[in-house]
Every structure is written in C-alpha cells, then in structure tokens.
Ligand binder design. Structure first.
Ligand code: GLU
Length: 309
C-alpha cells in the first residue's frame, strides 16, 4: 500500500531536509528507503605516506613542499563525492579520498591538506592562477578543457542523468525535457549538453547543484541535470522527495585537474592512481563513500598517460 506523502512546502530547502534527515538518522528510518548516512571515519582507509619522495621537475610540487602542505580544490555540496560538514569544516566523500591518496603518494600527510571549495565554472582559473595545487571534484576530462589544464586519470566514469521530484511522471529521459525548466551548474558539461542537444529544454544555470536542488524542491524547476554520482547523493539523502529519472546519457570520465604545463605532476598522479587501484585503497574508499548510495564498486577505468603538448 503506498504511504500518503506530506506535500512539499514551498520554502523547503535541501539544507532543511538534510537537517531533518540527521534528526531522524537514529530512529525513524522507514522500511524500503535507503539509510541516511555519510562516510564514517573508522571505515575510511589510511593511506601510507611515501617517504623520501621528490618531484623536482614539478613547480607545483616544489611550491607545496616549501609551503609545507598541499592546497586542493574540491566541491563542498555534493553528498558522497565532496561534502563539507558545516559544523566542523571537515570535507568527506569519494573525491576527497582520491585527493588524500594522491597527497600520500606525493609525500604529504593527507591530514595536512587545505581544501578549497571551487565551483564548476572557476576550476580552470583556479588552476591557472596557482590558487590550488590540484583539483578533485567530479571534473570531466575533455578536449576543450585540456587546452587550459592538465588531467591525471581518469579515476572513475560517471554519466549525465536527471533528478526529479518523486511524484514526477512526465520525465523519463532528456527527450522529455521540451518546455521543462532544467537546472544545472554554470561551466559544466551537463549544462552544455542540454543547451546543445536539447534546445527545446529551458535551461537554468546556477553556481552549484545544491541551489538547483533547492529550486527543484520548491517547484521552481522541473529537473536537475548533472552526473549520476552527484544526483544519487541528493536522492539518497532525500528519498521521499527526489528520484533519478531514466538512464545516464553521456560518459563523464573524471580526472584530477593540474596546472597545464606541469606534466611531471600529472604523470606522478597517474602513477599514484594506478597504484592505489592495485593496492585496494580505491575500492575501500569507494565502498566507504559513493558506495553508500547503493551502487557496487565498478572496475576503475585505465589511466590515460597522454603525451605533453
Ligand atoms: N562532470 C561534469 C563537469 O565536469 C559535471 C559535474 C561538475 O560540474 O562538477 O562539468
């Protein structure tokens, strides 16, 4: 028997929903709905910090070494991928674990990383300006971006998908978006694809996907589009309000962004990704983060050590 669901309140935000979910986490889970839980520190792998590691050909590495720690760009509002706890300031998620593994391989204690939140539209500038040493945040590798930055990886393959309200019946794929308001992040590949391939959709852009989700909950837009990894996180945290619709309709290989000219850093990170996939860290990190949304760990894609140029 379907349960009657409370109607959405126009003022309801994702933050309010998550606060409610946190209150409920101890005792009010319902049968059939995924548990609301985040990465637990005890379940996360501990990465062995490389001793005596040196990368003299990398200007980025040398600068970090003299600074004493790494500065890494990330997302802060993508559950299970890159999320910042507003109370403690701590970052967690699969991308954050990838950033930590990389730090350990470069000879830095992952605990000393300074994370900086950088929105999708600002990633290339942050890397070009030296604001961050590298970036790990659902960052799709593509030819256009490779003209501006370098990419180690890929370390995961996502796919563009759609998030809708639980009671939505009319949207089951991008072909159903004509005349619908579809929200995505400025500077993202999903926004570009909707504008290019589905021009009848009414695309709406904000800085972050969490603003899009707030707009979906308050009935301002009809769908949110971005990678399934990100949308699964929102859906798993608000299972009574949100669901994914249809199947992924793109391939988004995730890379670690580095300054474009720093080939030494890029190749060192390629080696590090492959090493952490081989020694089991990658899978342990996945299981403790993105795996909580219910999808078992896939086989990671092969890293692409493309030539400098
Ligand atoms: N992977 C896509 C991109 O890099 C969407 C996710 C994001 O905006 O970070 O544009």
């Amino acid at each position: 028997m379907p349960r009657p669901r409370p109607r959405l309140l126009p003022g309801l935000t994702l933050a309010a929903l998550l606060a409610l979910a946190a209150l409920c986490a101890a005792g009010c889970g319902k049968e059939g709905s995924p548990p609301v839980k985040g990465p637990k520190p005890g379940q996360l792998p501990v990465y062995t910090v490389a001793t005596g590691f040196s990368l003299p050909d990398s200007a980025t590495w040398r600068r970090a070494r003299s600074r004493g720690h790494l500065v890494v760009g990330a997302k802060e509002d993508q559950p299970y991928m890159g999320e910042k706890d507003p109370a403690t300031g701590a970052y967690s998620g699969f991308d954050i674990e990838i950033a930590r593994m990389m730090a350990a391989s470069l000879g830095f204690d992952p605990k000393t990383i300074t994370f900086r939140t950088i929105a999708s539209a600002n990633r290339e500038t942050a890397l070009q300006n030296g604001q961050i040493d590298y970036y790990v945040g659902t960052y799709t590798i593509n030819a256009l971006r490779k003209k501006q930055v370098g990419f180690a990886g890929p370390y995961y393959t996502a796919g563009q998908s759609l998030l809708v309200r639980k009671d939505e019946k009319g949207i089951d794929g991008p072909g159903d978006l004509a005349g619908k308001r579809v929200c995505s992040a400025a500077g993202s590949t999903p926004l570009q694809r909707i504008e290019r391939d589905y021009p009848k959709a009414r695309a709406v852009a904000y800085d972050t996907y969490s603003i899009c989700v707030d707009n979906l909950l308050s009935l301002q837009v009809d769908a949110v589009t971005t990678d399934d990894t990100i949308l699964m996180g929102y859906a798993a945290k608000a299972p009574d309000e949100l669901k994914l619709a249809g199947r992924p309709f793109s391939t988004e290989p995730y890379g670690i962004g580095v300054p474009r000219g720093d080939t030494a850093l890029r190749l060192a990170l390629d080696d590090a990704i492959a090493a952490h996939e081989r020694n089991g860290d990658w899978k342990k990190a996945y299981d403790a983060t993105l795996g909580l949304s219910g999808v078992p760990a896939p086989q990671p894609p092969a890293v692409d050590r493309y030539p400098a140029g």
